[in-house]
Design a binder for this molecule. Structure first.
Ligand code: UDP
Length: 248
């Protein structure tokens, strides 16, 4: 059984730090409250951990390091919740897309400086229009798509840091979004969170699995049907279950 502690980089009163297959995760019952507490403590990186990402973190040292250094790692995914349950920790699943949306809405109401980075250029364009219509008061201080040429990144990073954002949502895919946030020199306060395909969903380009599939814990099947090219990545799911059953 993994050790559970409130010490270390994840020292949040709302979130106990433990691990699944050696990858740190916070057993928090209210991810939104934990994120707000993190902001009050000066901010940091939020990672949303699922089974696929847990296996990727075991294979890719740079991703493992980014997750270990993150201030808040929330259990996003039925597999991670199930693995925590086997340690005797009952937690609610906290889908990253829902936490990100709640933080956006809360941030808009509170006058936070919001930054959005990632997704394809037309997706970012539609996202800006949709969010402006759907979230009153949201005025992003920085928006950029995620397909910039390598030489554009240093300047982009300077502009982003100069905007002094309170909330930065990064949709560059796993592991890039996590390692990019972790390695960004001069990252100050604020909440920095990788959001995977959330921009595509909010822009209306992709759909989330229907709620009943979430209840049956087969959201992965919906994703596979929508994006068959993900099959290879999804082999991580049975590997994850097998590793948890074997005891890590
Ligand atoms: N993306 C990007 N730049 C890249 C690669 C990907 O902006 O170089 C975006 C992509 O358009 C999508 C998101 O990153 O909006 C990744 O979504 P996905 O559903 O693949 O997320 P993951 O499953 O990796 O978390």
């Amino acid at each position: 059984m993994a050790a559970t502690t409130t010490d270390g980089p994840g020292s949040l009163p709302q979130a106990r730090r433990t691990s699944v297959l050696g990858v740190p995760v916070h057993a928090c019952s209210d991810a939104f409250a934990a994120a707000l507490a993190l902001r009050r403590l000066g901010g940091g990186q939020i990672v949303t951990l699922n089974a696929e990402m847990t296996m990727a973190a075991r294979a890719l040292p740079e991703l493992g390091r980014a997750i270990a250094a993150a201030q808040l790692v929330i259990p996003d995914g039925a597999g991670v919740v199930w693995a925590l349950g086997r340690q005797g920790l009952r937690v609610r699943r906290s889908p990253g897309i829902e936490l990100a949306r709640r933080l956006l809405e809360h941030g808009a109401a509170q006058g936070w400086r919001v930054a959005l980075l990632g997704a394809a250029p037309p997706v970012m364009e539609r996202l800006r229009q949709r969010l402006a219509a759907e979230i009153p008061g949201l005025q992003p201080v920085f928006c950029a798509h995620g397909y910039q040429p390598p030489e554009a990144w240093p300047d982009l990073e300077r502009q982003l840091l100069a905007a002094e954002p309170d909330l930065v949502l990064v949709a560059l895919g796993v592991p890039r979004q996590e390692t990019w946030i972790a390695d960004l020199p001069g990252r100050q306060s604020g909440l920095w969170m990788g959001v995977g395909g959330s921009f595509d969903v909010w822009a209306g380009v992709k759909k989330r699995a229907p709620a009943w599939m979430g209840t049956l814990q087969i959201e992965w099947l919906y994703r596979l049907i929508q994006e068959p090219s993900r099959w290879r990545r999804m082999l991580a799911l049975p590997a994850f279950a097998w590793a948890v059953l074997r005891g890590g």
